[in-house]
Design a protein around this ligand. Structure first.
Ligand SMILES: Cc1cc2nc3c(=O)[nH]c(=O)nc-3n(C[C@H](O)[C@H](O)[C@H](O)COP(=O)(O)OP(=O)(O)OC[C@H]3O[C@@H](n4cnc5c(N)ncnc54)[C@H](O)[C@@H]3O)c2cc1C
Length: 377
């Protein structure tokens, strides 16, 4: 029998898998994709995330060729603030490169990886009147369905987690309902050396992030889906509607297909149930507005791996989920609440306008918030 079966080879899944394999566990990691694969993201890894990776012994590698991210420029209606992190920078790196590197590191640590495997849901059984997760139901590329048991199951399958939903742990809230549209562009003008950008407008926002290879990551997040059947046109319409952004895209050329995700928010009340631990976005989606989803996913993955080790050592689940929730609250609670507050603020047109007035009157406060959001404080 496997010690640990993990759904999803994004940063949360690979980091949890690697930690557990290094501790001697037999780990199988599965993903519906083959790697390297693209993943819609703003491609900013904030300074706190880079430092956290270093504490796990994950420095160099794909990060070496990445563009250093020294700060952020944030704009709102009539307001613009540049905040430099100071100290060690973050990086701008495509998720194709980042995730493939992390997966390679997990495999090197002894994790067995199976691509092209779709998780249909948790394998459960009744144990003394309690529903307990005993593994996963998997479908391979040829359509064969297998039930794979494991002592511990980790759901790290992202913001629509099939694992969490199959045991009733996650759901999309009624509000805010937002969708993300992202692609890479060439020949975007006006990028500032070393900076990523977040442009917040009533009812939408846009991240702009140049990569080391010259491509520029552009993500638009909006609560409106009109025109979503032409996602490339939708991105251009938003960019061209904005007096600040429009001139910068006059000669820009899209150099990748457009990816679309949504609805974005995914709320989870508890980070697991007997037999199951959740990590990363599967344990609750982090809105892209604060650019720290990756850092929170990686930290949550290490906490889930610690809980898994605890179960493997003591052989029972008593109090394990409660302790994981406590550790998550202590380590991630403040950042998760901040992200939730930003999600609410940016979904209100009035909130965005008031925040822009605040940024004009007291830019130093916004600068401080940006540095803290980057975990560089
Ligand atoms: C538009 C947008 C922009 C963002 N920008 C940033 C940013 O710039 N910086 C930042 O720090 N964060 C950003 N985030 C947040 C960040 O992308 C997530 O927090 C992070 O990807 C979470 O990692 P994860 O490993 O939990 O999930 P994911 O990265 O989503 O990985 C989940 C994995 O599970 C696999 N999977 C899913 N379902 C199944 C299934 N049923 N069976 C098998 N495999 C499955 C997927 O293929 C995937 O490989 C952004 C998010 C969005 C939506």
């Amino acid at each position: 029998m496997l010690d640990v079966l993990i759904a999803g080879a994004g940063p949360a899944g690979t980091i949890a898998a690697r930690e557990l394999a290094r501790a001697g566990a037999r780990v199988l990691l599965v993903d519906r994709e083959t790697f390297p694969r693209d993943k819609l993201c703003g491609d900013t890894v904030n300074p706190g995330a880079v430092q956290f990776l270093a504490t796990l012994g994950l420095a160099g590698g794909a990060l070496t060729a990445a563009r250093p991210l020294e700060g952020m420029r944030v704009t709102g209606p009539g307001a613009s603030v540049v905040a430099r992190y100071g100290g060690a920078p973050g990086v701008s790196i495509s998720r194709r490169d980042l995730d493939a590197w992390l997966l390679g590191e997990a495999i090197a640590a002894g994790v067995k990886f199976e691509p092209d495997v779709t998780v249909q849901g948790a394998l459960t059984e009744d144990a003394g009147g309690e529903r307990r997760v005993r593994g996963l139901i998997l479908r391979n590329a040829t359509g064969i369905v297998t039930r794979v048991p494991a002592l511990v199951t980790i759901g790290a399958d992202g913001r629509r987690s099939a694992v969490a939903r199959s045991v009733g742990l996650g759901s999309h809230p009624r509000a805010p309902r937002r969708w993300a549209f992202g692609a890479y562009y060439a020949d975007v003008t006006g990028n500032l050396a070393g900076l990523g950008e977040m442009h917040v407008r009533p009812r939408w926002y846009c991240g702009i992030n140049p990569l080391a290879d010259g491509r520029v990551n552009v993500c638009v997040v909006t609560d409106r889906r009109e025109g979503a059947d032409d996602p490339a046109g939708l991105i251009l319409r938003y960019l061209r509607s904005d007096p600040e952004l429009a001139p910068r895209f006059t000669h820009a050329e899209r150099v990748s297909p457009v990816s679309v995700l949504g609805p974005l928010a995914f709320d989870v009340a508890t980070a697991g149930s007997p037999g199951l631990l959740l990590a990363g976005d599967a344990a609750g989606f982090v809105d892209p507005i604060t650019g720290d989803g990756l850092n929170l996913a990686m930290q949550g993955a290490v906490l889930a791996a610690e809980s898994a080790s605890e179960v493997l050592q003591i052989g029972d689940w008593n109090g394990v989920i409660a302790r994981l929730n406590q550790r998550r609250a202590a380590a991630l609670g403040t950042k998760l609440k901040f992200n939730r507050a930003m999600r609410v603020l940016t979904s209100s047109p009035t909130g965005v306008r008031l925040a822009a007035v605040g940024a004009r009157l007291a830019p130093a406060i916004l600068r401080r918030i940006i540095v803290e959001a980057g975990d560089a404080a």
